[in-house]
Structures are given as structure tokens and as C-alpha cells.
Design a protein around this ligand. Structure first.
Ligand SMILES: Cc1ncc(COP(=O)(O)O)c(C=O)c1O
Length: 404
């Protein structure tokens, strides 16, 4: 039997690769998990009661696009958090609930990527390194993914000035993650506006993956929807993706949303009506309450802010350390990410992810090398005490003379 060829350029996913690299060796000490971005802070205290109160919903097929209550709560949150107007956040036209952002980032591409752009196979631009779902979505849609290098020279976000005009002409969608995973870089309002202006010129959509927007160090990151509105851009230019996974430390709840122009949201809803996995009813009911509450979000952010300070304190003098602006990862420059991950595991039990498992070689038209190869991604998701211990182990193992 024949298998499809369109996914042949997808490498093994990052975590099976990590297991193959590390699990043939014994950890040097009790394992410290710092590889997976799985939030570990306390969930909102009212979650269990909210699910229990809506328990009769387990016996019903859920509303595919999200209940009116959930979409209303999401619209209110978007207005309050980003200052987007009611006209661009109408729950019936501009919002669709998702089973976490991952399925939405994938399915929105299927729903919205055209077969042809300016007479050619479309391209989908994405940062490199990146959340791996973007590339799978591009292949599934029959588009060519193009990986835009993000390194210290580009401020860890793509440099769209470096993208040739003929490539932009073929571009149907640009994925941009801000705050970025893995580097914790934040797109400024000006950066968003420049990208949206480019989208207007070259007629493509921007998929703004903003699932880390609530985890920040000093200032709340600006959002793409507000930037589009401020410049009076076509609302169809931007689709934003948000999630309760990081904001509310609920990666297991599988609850998020997409918001954008009415045509884009209608297309996503239509595909979901056939092939989507709606959020179970009780989870939709609880999610509406969770989007309306900021107390637990502020409490969780305060713990991340404590961990940023711990990272500065422990790694501040270590070569290759850069304090992230947002998100919960450190992106450490270590020369060879795979070698560093192996050394850390076998000598200290710290489990971190080689950057190359999140990146691809830079396409020749845009440069050389692989912008992830020299890096290690370290997740700050455990308790502050465990994070401190893990970071001290990293410093002592990789740079024993850099103690502060
Ligand atoms: C950049 C980025 N986008 C999207 C997701 C998907 O998260 P979820 O589907 O839990 O909302 C993740 C999860 O790690 C992520 O890191």
C-alpha cells in the first residue's frame, strides 16, 4: 500500500528524538524535568466546582464553535486585555472556540490556505525555530513551508525585510509566535504593524500564535488584533490564537480559541462542523469562567516572574544566557545543543531540549546554518525551588567558573 509523500519532510517529533538521545543513558542524578513546556502551577481554584456544576453536559454533543457564553467571555477578554473594539470581537462573527491552540493552528491552515497563490504553489512563512505544528499544517495544506531564521542578529524574531519579493508574492500565510517559543522574544506593536502592512501589500494572512501572551516579565505583550485595528487594516488579515494551557496552567483542559475576520472564522467553523473535535460542554462552561478571571493568572505570573529573577541570579554571569522578555523558556546558547543536553542528563539528571529539535536548516536563499543548533531550551515550569536547583546544576555542569 502506498503512503502519502506530503509529510515525508517532517522529522521525528522533538520528544521521541529526545528520548532516543537520552534514555539509553542513566541520569546523573534524580531527574529534573526542564524539557517540556507543561505548566505546573495550580489551576484556578474554582475549576472542579465549575466542571461539576455543568456535569449534565457530558451527556450531550457539545456546541461545535463554542457556546454563546464561552464566545462572549472570550470577546470580553479580548476587549479588556488588548483594547480591541466590540466591532472586531463580535462573538458570533469573530470568535471560534478551539480544542487548545494546536488543533486550531493546524486546522485554520487547512481551512484558509489557497491551492494556488499568484499562479504558483503557495508558501507559508514561519519563524525558525518554531512550534512544530506550523510545518505539519503547511504540508497538509499542500503549501511549501519556508523557515525564516530567528537569531540574535534578528532579535529572535523573523526579519521580513530579508524575505525576497518573489517569495512574498507566493506567500499565503505567515505564522508568527509572540511571545515566541522558544526564545521568549516579544513582537512590538510596530513589528506587528509592519508585518500586517506587508500582508496588505502582498495579500497574505497573519496567524498570530499568542498563547504565551499572559506570561511576561515587565509589560504585557501587545497583540496582533489591536495592531491591525489601530492601522485600520482589513480584519481578515489577522487570525489570533489563544489558549488556557499557559495562561491558566491548564494544558490538559484543551481549551483555546481563534479570533479574526468574519470570513476567516466562518471558514474555520465550516471545516470544524465536518471534522472538528468540539470542546466538551462542561469544559466550555468552565472555560467561560476561567477567561473572566484574572486573579489566578496574576498569581501564576508572579511565580514566573520569581523564576525569571532566579534565572538572572543563577545564570546572570553565564556565557550564552539571555533573560527572556516573556514565556517560560530559557534559550541558552551552548555551542552544541545536543551535546549539552546529553552532558546535562548524564552528569546532573537535568532534562532539557536541544534547540535543533525545534529548528530546520536555513533555506539557501535566506542564509546558512541552523538557528537552533547551538541552543538548548530549558523550561521554567517546575516550582521555583526545583527551577533554582536545576539552573544551578546547568551552570555548574556547563560553565563551572561562572557562578555569581
Ligand atoms: C508556540 C506554541 N503554540 C501553540 C501551542 C499549543 O498549545 P495548546 O494546544 O495547549 O494551546 C504550544 C504548546 O506548547 C506552543 O508552545
Amino acid at each position: 500500500m502506498q503512503s502519502p509523500q506530503r509529510f515525508q519532510d517532517l522529522p521525528e517529533y522533538a520528544f521521541p528524538r529526545l528520548r532516543a538521545l537520552l534514555d539509553v543513558h542513566k541520569p546523573g542524578a534524580e531527574p529534573t524535568p526542564m524539557s517540556i513546556g507543561e505548566p505546573r502551577h495550580a489551576p484556578p481554584p474554582f475549576l472542579a466546582q465549575a466542571l461539576a456544576d455543568a456535569a449534565e453536559g457530558w451527556g450531550r454533543y457539545p456546541v461545535n464553535e463554542g457556546t454563546p457564553q464561552l464566545r462572549a467571555a472570550i470577546g470580553a477578554w479580548l476587549r479588556k486585555r488588548f483594547g480591541v473594539s466590540a466591532a472586531r470581537t463580535d462573538p458570533d462573527k469573530h470568535i471560534v472556540a478551539l480544542n487548545g491552540t494546536r488543533e486550531g493552528l493546524f486546522n485554520a491552515c487547512l481551512a484558509l490556505c489557497p491551492e494556488v497563490k499568484n499562479g504558483q504553489r503557495p508558501t507559508i512563512l514561519m519563524p525558525n525555530p518554531f512550534y512544530q505544528c506550523y510545518a505539519a499544517a503547511a504540508f497538509a495544506a499542500g503549501a511549501e513551508p519556508v523557515f525564516l531564521p530567528c537569531d540574535a542578529d534578528t532579535g529572535f524574531l523573523p526579519d521580513f525585510d530579508a524575505v525576497p519579493a518573489d517569495l512574498l508574492a507566493r506567500t499565503a500565510i505567515v505564522y508568527l509566535c509572540s511571545p515566541s517559543n522558544p526564545q521568549g522574544a516579544v513582537a512590538t506593536d510596530g513589528y506587528w504593524r509592519k508585518l500586517i502592512a506587508l500582508a496588505e501589500t502582498y495579500d497574505f494572512r497573519v496567524f498570530a500564535d499568542e498563547c504565551y501572551s499572559e506570561i511576561w516579565r515587565d509589560l504585557p505583550p501587545p497583540g496582533a488584533m489591536a495592531a491591525a485595528e489601530a492601522m485600520d487594516a482589513d480584519p481578515e488579515r489577522v487570525v489570533v490564537f489563544h489558549s488556557l494551557s499557559k495562561r491558566s496552567s491548564l494544558p490538559g483542559l484543551r481549551s483555546g480559541f481563534a479570533a479574526g475576520g468574519p470570513q476567516a472564522i466562518a471558514a474555520i467553523k465550516r471545516l470544524r462542523a465536518y471534522a472538528g473535535a468540539p470542546i466538551p460542554g462542561p469544559i466550555q462552561a468552565a472555560s467561560a469562567l476561567i477567561w473572566a478571571d484574572e486573579v489566578h493568572v496574576d498569581a501564576s505570573r508572579a511565580i514566573y516572574q520569581e523564576k525569571y529573577r532566579i534565572a538572572d541570579d543563577v545564570l546572570g554571569n553565564m556565557p550564552g544566557y539571555r533573560a527572556p522578555e516573556a514565556g517560560f523558556f530559557l534559550w541558552l546558547e551552548v555551542c552544541d545543543g545536543e551535546a549539552a543536553a546529553l552532558k546535562l542528563w548524564t552528569q546532573t539528571g537535568v532534562r532539557a531540549l536541544p534547540g535543533a529539535y525545534l529548528s530546520r536548516p536555513t533555506p539557501p536563499m535566506l542564509g546558512t546554518g541552523d538557528p537552533g543548533a547551538a541552543y538548548l531550551r530549558v523550561a521554567l515550569v517546575e516550582s521555583p525551588a526545583r527551577v533554582r536547583a536545576g539552573l544551578i546544576a546547568i551552570r555548574n555542569c556547563l560553565h563551572p567558573n561562572s557562578g555569581s
